[in-house]
Design a protein around this ligand. Structure first.
Ligand code: NDP
Length: 272
């Protein structure tokens, strides 16, 4: 029987996940269907359970349901636990397993775009929301010299640092970035979704090798524009992260790893 998967979120009409997983299934010769469900704010949990009870094998979860998916699960990975958010569920052995692949997806795409190892680099991450919570453990595992997280709400960033407890992790407000520069600057705030720029000075880009924007489909965002003005040669948006996290989920569900670069190339829109 054909196995069923789906993404659930609200709104869901612009999702690229069915296209991505459809391409993965084609190239790996997996017998599955992958749909999209508009989530209900009142009935998200019932929708997930109903999908599972009708034979669904797994789901991707997108905004605004990642916390609720995490809470619904019976078994949670370490990454999902730190993030307190899940972007992928698996239904197996009568249980709901929660994972969070956003961080590892981001790391893989950054390593590809950076073209040099992340180990030993100075990394600045702007924002301390769900995506950053999911990314901290995979990033620290990649061996940066320093990982600095700047956020407007410092309490949120400090709470994250206290949970992780690693000497290489530093948190601060935007003012404290004055006089510092980094090899890699990542915009993991949601500012670009509303055309805003996080309050970051051009100087942080220093001799940065890459400026990375998690949002995708927005073209040259104010953050990427600032990075280009500062002379950063390599700019990337989050479409590669989206495909990489999807590949992680696909492998978790199916036991086969699809090739990601052809799919990323197909979905990439020039940043103009
Ligand atoms: P959250 O809502 O959890 O966190 C938002 C973060 O953005 C907070 O740290 C908030 O700061 C900060 N922020 C919002 N507006 C501004 C602003 N104007 N200036 C400075 N900081 C701001 O969002 P997520 O972590 O889930 O998502 C963050 C981004 O990542 C979004 O753009 C999202 O689309 C993208 N994303 C991309 C994915 C991909 O596959 N490419 C996957 C997941 C997310 P404060 O705490 O101070 O309010």
């Amino acid at each position: 029987m054909t196995d069923r998967y789906s993404v659930i979120g609200r709104p869901i009409n612009h999702t690229k996940s069915p296209l991505i997983h459809g391409l993965f299934a084609e190239v790996t010769d997996q017998d599955l269907t992958y749909g999209a469900i508009e989530g209900s704010l009142d009935g998200f949990e019932d929708q997930v359970l109903c999908f599972r009870d009708e034979g669904g094998r797994g789901m991707n979860i997108t905004a605004p349901f990642k916390l609720r998916a995490y809470e619904l699960a019976n078994e949670r990975s370490e990454r999902a636990t730190l993030a307190k958010a899940s972007n992928a569920l698996k239904f197996e052995h009568g249980k709901i397993y929660a994972e969070n692949f956003d961080g590892i997806g981001l790391l893989r795409d950054i390593e590809h775009n950076l073209q040099v190892p992340l180990a030993g680099r100075n990394v600045l991450v702007l924002g301390a929301g769900g995506a950053v919570r999911g990314a901290v453990l995979p990033f620290l595992a990649a061996g940066p010299a320093r990982l600095v997280i700047a956020n407007r709400d410092l309490t949120k960033a400090r709470a994250l640092a206290a949970e992780v407890n690693d000497d290489r992790l530093h948190v601060c407000g935007y003012d404290a970035l004055v006089g510092q520069d980094f090899d890699l600057v990542i915009n993991a705030t949601s500012a670009s979704l509303t055309g805003e720029l996080p309050p970051v000075a051009t100087a942080v880009f220093g001799h940065a090798l890459l400026a990375y924007e998690l949002a995708y489909g927005k073209g040259l965002t104010p953050f990427l524009r600032l990075a280009r003005e500062a002379g950063v040669m390599r700019l990337a948006d989050g479409v590669g992260m989206l495909v990489e996290q999807a590949a992680e989920a696909f492998e978790w569900w199916r036991g086969v790893r699809p090739e990601t670069r052809p799919v990323i190339d197909r979905l990439t829109v020039p940043l103009e």
